[in-house]
Each structure stands twice: as C-alpha cells, then as structure tokens.
Design a protein around this ligand. Structure first.
Ligand code: AMP
Ligand code: ZN
Length: 166
C-alpha cells in the first residue's frame, strides 16, 4: 500500500487513528465520516493513497461501493442516498485521498431536496424544465359556488392535471 504522511485517511487505513469501519477488503475501506452531514454518512476509500479519480487502478470499486451502501442502508434505514465524489480542489475536495461519500437521506431532512448533487452550483440545483403537479390547486365547483367568499374568486380555466414550473 502506498501511504502519505499526514493524510488522515492513510492514518485510519494504517490503524493509527480510530474509525467506525463499515466494510473492508484488501483494496478498499469504508468508514463513517467524522463530521457527518446526516446520520450514517460514510466514506469509501482505496487503501492506496491517490488523490484523483484518474489515478484509480484495479477493479472492484463499484461492487465494494455497493456492498458498503448495503451496509449503510441496513444499519441506518435511510429513505434515499446521495453518492458522490469531490474530484479535485475546485470540485470541493478537502482531503487529498480519493473518497466517495455515501450520504443517507431522510424524508424531510431539508425542506426541498430537488436536484441533489446539482446543488454543487446552488442556483442551478433545480433545472428549468422541472415540473411537478400542482399540489395547492383550489378546485371550485362553479355551478354551485354561491357563497360570499367564492363569488369573488376569479375563475382559472385549468384542470387538476395542470402543471406549473417551480
Ligand atoms: P471532501 O471535502 O470531499 O474531501 O470530504 C472530506 C470528508 O472527510 C469530510 O466529509 C470530512 O467530514 C471527512 N473527514 C475529515 N477528517 C476526517 C477524519 N479524520 N476521519 C473521518 N472523516 C474525516
Ligand atoms: Zn491517504
């Protein structure tokens, strides 16, 4: 294994720093993030110290990632997950040892999760063509609407199948 002095993940791989290990093979290790974004946030690393995705050699990364993901799902029962890689400083990488984030997501953990990893550029998170069914459409039966309140409502010629841009 190639190792880098002062690398926090090499320290974990070499057994010099403690970590909550989720899964392990001769080539890869998965452990819980020390500063989790959500409960069960885990990191998957190759045991060789490399920084960038283009330096990755060998096979088996995706099957290991899937195995680690299964462990996280069984342990923490999230509703969904984000799986991501910050590949290089300009993409947000802060630890220079290649690692994938497995971030469990729980219904309601943020008000609107639309777009997920697109949020790396915050104002592009929700793309323009994203449509969702109108959920607050007021349906008025105009043949029987006679009350003081409803007679002041301006008719909207739509149906409950209307869609709107968020
Ligand atoms: P990134 O910004 O993509 O490089 O992610 C680095 C991740 O490593 C962050 O989510 C940190 O919370 C996590 N982290 C930093 N130091 C440690 C450590 N000693 N043990 C476990 N996770 C760490
Ligand atoms: Zn390292």
């Amino acid at each position: 294994m190639t190792s880098q002095p002062d690398c926090p993940f090499c320290e974990i791989i070499n057994g010099n720093q403690p970590a909550d290990v989720v899964a392990e093979t001769t080539q890869y290790l998965c452990f819980l993030d020390k500063y989790p974004v959500t409960e069960g946030h885990a990191l998957v690393v190759p045991k060789d110290h490399i920084q960038q995705f283009s330096q990755l050699t060998g096979t088996g990364l995706f099957s290991f990632l899937q195995r680690a993901h299964t462990e996280i799902r069984e342990e923490f029962s999230p509703d969904a997950t984000n799986i991501g890689l910050n590949n290089g400083e300009e993409a947000g990488q802060t630890v220079a040892h290649l690692h994938w984030h497995i971030i469990p997501r729980y219904a309601g953990d943020i008000p609107d999760p639309t777009g997920g990893v697109r949020g790396v550029i915050p104002d592009k998170r929700v793309y323009e063509e994203w449509i969702s069914p109108v959920d607050d459409l007021v349906v008025v039966d105009w043949t029987t609407a006679r009350s003081r309140v409803t007679r002041h409502i301006t008719p909207v010629f739509g149906t409950d199948r209307d869609y709107h841009l968020r």
